[in-house]
Design a protein around this ligand. Structure first.
Ligand SMILES: [Zn+2]
Ligand SMILES: [Zn+2]
Length: 828
């Protein structure tokens, strides 16, 4: 007797299983486990308040990976937390008077509820929030270790200042001259700031990219470009009439004899001294020029503004040619980069060429492409290598040879040396904001700069702060700022800057290992077991710096012996694509946001998960469509109906025992089961994660099942396929899988089962003979898999010499394809 069709009620089923999984703690990871470890981590989110299906794509992918690996026999660590410091909380405080801690806690509560509602398999006992003292005390602890190692230091520096957010921005947070967050034009100011000496690690950060073959190539290239290493020569020009030198860096020392001027930054320290040796008019003009640039951001100077310059009235002497060349101040050479001075070689550098043309400076060719002598009428700089002319002893050499020889000469003269320049700057971590980790330093009139002792950590953020929206809030709270010196006990002042929030996110993946430990940020033994992260998942946007900073921290920890194994935190990295709706990125201002809660109510979380994984390969941009989500809702119901006839027969079917398949329909169904299993396993172990292909196989399997319950309901293979389905779909539609599994009479979770191992016997296919004709004559017989597609058959046919010979020089005008039997090609 056929049972009454029981409707699948996704709302109550999904809620029920989420509660039960949490109650039973089936996703908790423990270190003492014989299975191999697998650490999968999604970039921790900022608690902005509400999640939409665009966010869900990231967590769904990470979750599918975690669940599949768990079922493949790994001890999976899959944690979640909140990157909870940052500007939006403080801006909400300024705009609406809400306490940043309350605002953040409410957002976390709501987002956590939503993340749980997605049916994710996180170990919630490891949850962290970076704004809690139990977390940020370890920021302070790490800062102090960096300080002791000489890797944290304070200095006066021109900084990027956002006039809207009233804070300093790291260079990385300035995008096209604008604040990365509010998009206001950034200004330059000079302030005393804390820096981290990431430049000490530049070579390792660059070279070790080679090891990261599990990272997208594009991301590695971005890291390389960011570090911007170039090899060259640093050498000094003497200054005529002044006991001082001017250092320049060049990657093209072979063009040094063509230098016709030296360009320096307006803030270069030598400027003041030059004023003393030149005429009053020159000194006044240089002063005015420097002043006009003071408030201009880096971008305005280097890209937006016309290249401007002014002759200082002073001259430098080329140590090679001994020629006297004019020193110019310019807007395009920046004090913060390199030495703040460059040699101007108009004949061989396009920027110098343009500058020389504009200001009537001489252009001296010293490198030629061929033996043809220069005609004195260059129309653009010749920037390639060539052969040297007019270059003293080096005339006639190739550029490459000259670079080596000139570097050697400068070294002998004591006037220069080979060196490496990097674009990477030290990391500016000071922020004049409230909602961040206080920097644990005190200033004492007697003792100077004193680190807060470890046993006085954490330096806690004071509650109940009033936000005026101007300046540093902490600096305006006497009860916070006024303190006693840890060294002498006298009165002292606390540092009021807080840390860049990138600090917290540079090491959080280690805190997940021991989130509640109050003696250490993590246990080295746990780190030795779990690290490094096997699979890191997160968007490609805004991650260059996060990845660079995290790698820097991890190398520092490695050097201290606090972590062992590889000195890279993330073994593999995957960037998921975005989800668009109506062709646009989802945003409240566009009114095109598809929320998690509404989707869970209308379509169910399993359908949402399946859709996000199915719509495109995960790295691609996906478009959310009603049609698409409805298709997955139908899929969920079809799976339910395909399994339902077998609920009554209980859990006696063991999917590890392959049933005997006799008929071709049975063979095809059994094969569909194992093709789907193979796809899930392959996509996971290859780290390709193209579960869209896997879910397409599920579609085929469910089609075959739907017909099998009509045509061969009593077949052992049909029954086997039904029992295999929940195991197969468990990583992707975890609630549906669990509910089916329970209906099949199992008392334990399907998520603790082993995944179905693809069986070669089930995957084997009978071959059919496909006859290939060219213009009606048989030219080949091919043994092919049944159901081969026309395009595949055509490709196979064209690979046959006999067929190709008949087609040679002709066009295939027509193809006739009879599936599994015949391919006839008409060629003329
Ligand atoms: Zn801003
Ligand atoms: Zn003191």
């Amino acid at each position: 007797m056929q049972s009454m069709a029981e409707a699948y009620d996704f709302r109550s089923v999904e809620r029920k299983w989420q509660e039960r999984w949490e109650r039973d703690g089936i996703y908790r990871a423990a270190r003492d486990d014989a299975r191999p470890k697998y650490y999968v981590c999604e970039m921790l989110p900022y608690p902005s308040g509400d999640l939409h299906v665009g966010h869900a794509k990231n967590y769904t992918l990470g979750d599918a990976v975690a669940r599949t690996m768990r079922m493949l026999g790994y001890n999976v660590l899959h944690p979640m937390g909140w990157d909870a410091f940052g500007l939006p909380a403080e801006n909400a405080a300024i705009a609406r008077g809400v306490d940043p801690a309350t605002w953040t806690a409410e957002n976390i509560a709501n987002m956590e509820r939503q993340v749980r509602r997605m049916g994710t398999s996180y170990d919630w006992t490891r949850e962290i929030a970076t704004c809690l003292p139990e977390y940020y005390r370890w920021n302070q602890w790490i800062f102090l270790r960096l300080y002791e190692a000489g890797l944290a230091y304070k200095r006066e520096a021109p900084v990027n200042w956002c006039p809207h957010d009233k804070t300093v921005l790291a260079n990385e947070q300035v995008v096209d001259g604008r604040c990365w967050r509010c998009e206001h034009l950034v200004e330059r100011r000079s302030l005393s700031q804390w820096f981290l000496k990431i430049t000490d690690y530049a070579d390792r950060l660059l070279n070790d990219l080679e090891k990261l073959d599990g990272w997208p190539e594009r991301t590695r290239t971005m890291q390389r470009n960011w570090i911007g290493r170039s090899e060259g020569v640093r050498f000094a020009f003497d200054i005529d009439g002044l006991d001082a030198t001017l250092e320049v860096f060049t990657t093209r020392i072979d063009t040094a004899y063509g230098a016709t001027f030296v360009a320096i930054a307006a803030e270069h320290p030598i400027v003041e001294r030059l004023k003393g040796i030149v005429s009053k008019e020159h000194a006044a003009a240089v002063g005015a020029f420097a002043e006009s640039l003071q408030s201009k951001s880096e971008l305005e100077r280097t890209s937006l503004m016309e290249k401007q310059g002014l002759f200082t009235g002073a001259y430098a002497i080329n140590p090679l040619s001994h020629e006297r060349v004019p020193i110019w101040v310019t807007n395009y050479v920046l004090a913060e980069y390199g030495t703040g001075a460059v040699m101007g070689v108009p004949a061989h550098d396009q920027r110098d060429f343009d500058f020389a043309k504009k200001h009537g400076l001489p252009i001296a060719e010293v490198v030629l492409a061929s033996a043809t002598p220069p005609n004195g009428a260059l129309e653009a700089a010749y920037v390639d290598d060539g052969r040297l002319i007019a270059s003293g002893d080096f005339t006639g050499m190739s550029s490459a040879r000259a670079r080596a020889a000139i570097a050697e000469r400068l070294t002998l003269l004591g006037a220069g040396e080979r060196t490496v320049n990097t674009r990477l700057r030290d990391w500016l971590v000071s922020r004049q904001r409230y909602w961040g980790t206080p920097i644990p330093i005190v200033y004492c009139a007697a003792c100077g700069e004193i680190p807060v002792p470890d046993d006085q950590l954490p330096v806690v953020l004071p509650p109940g702060v009033e936000f005026a929206g101007e300046g540093s809030p902490l600096a305006q709270i006497p009860s916070f700022v006024d303190t006693t010196c840890p060294a002498c006990g006298g009165p002292a002042r606390r540092e009021s800057d807080t840390m860049d929030t990138f600090f917290e996110s540079s090491w959080y993946y280690l805190r997940y290992l021991n989130p509640h430990d109050d003696r250490a940020p993590w246990e080295p033994g746990d780190a030795a077991h779990w690290m490094n992260v096997d699979q890191y998942v997160g968007g490609a946007e805004h991650t260059v710096l996060h990845l660079l900073y995290a790698r820097f921290f991890y190398k520092f920890f490695h050097d201290r012996g606090w972590v062992s194994g590889p000195d890279e935190p993330f073994q593999r990295l995957f960037h998921q694509g975005m989800v668009l709706y109506g062709g646009e990125k989802m945003s409240k201002s566009h009114g095109n946001v598809i929320g998690i809660d509404e989707t869970a109510e209308t379509s169910g979380v399993d359908a949402m998960r399946l859709f996000l994984l199915y719509v495109t390969p995960p790295e691609d941009t996906a478009e959310w469509t009603d049609e698409g989500i409805n298709g997955r809702v139908r899929f969920v119901n079809r799976v339910w109906r395909a399994c339902e006839p077998f609920f009554a027969t209980g859990g006696g079917t063991r999917i590890r025992d392959l049933p005997a398949a006799e008929t071709s329909e049975e063979k095809a169904l059994l094969r569909a089961v194992h093709v789907a299993a193979k796809s899930a396993v392959d996509e996971t172990t290859s780290r390709r994660f193209h579960y869209n292909a896997t879910i397409a196989k599920f579609d085929e399997l469910v089609n075959a099942m739907t017909s099998a319950i009509q045509t061969m309901p009593a077949s052992a293979v049909t029954r086997y396929a039904a029992h295999a389905l929940p195991v197969l779909i468990a990583p992707f539609a975890p609630h549906l899988a669990e509910e089916l599994w329970e209906h099949f009479g199992h008392a334990t979770s399907v998520h603790l089962e082993r995944y179905l191992e693809p069986d070669e016997r089930a995957l084997a296919v009978d071959r059919v003979t496909l006859v290939v004709q060219v213009n009606g004559k048989i030219r080949a017989r091919l043994a092919v898999a049944p159901g081969i597609a026309e395009e595949d058959a055509f490709a196979l046919a064209m690979a046959e010499g006999n067929v190709r010979a008949q087609i040679d020089g002709k066009h295939v005008r027509k193809r006739v394809f009879v599936p599994d039997k015949l391919l006839n090609l008409v060629a003329t």
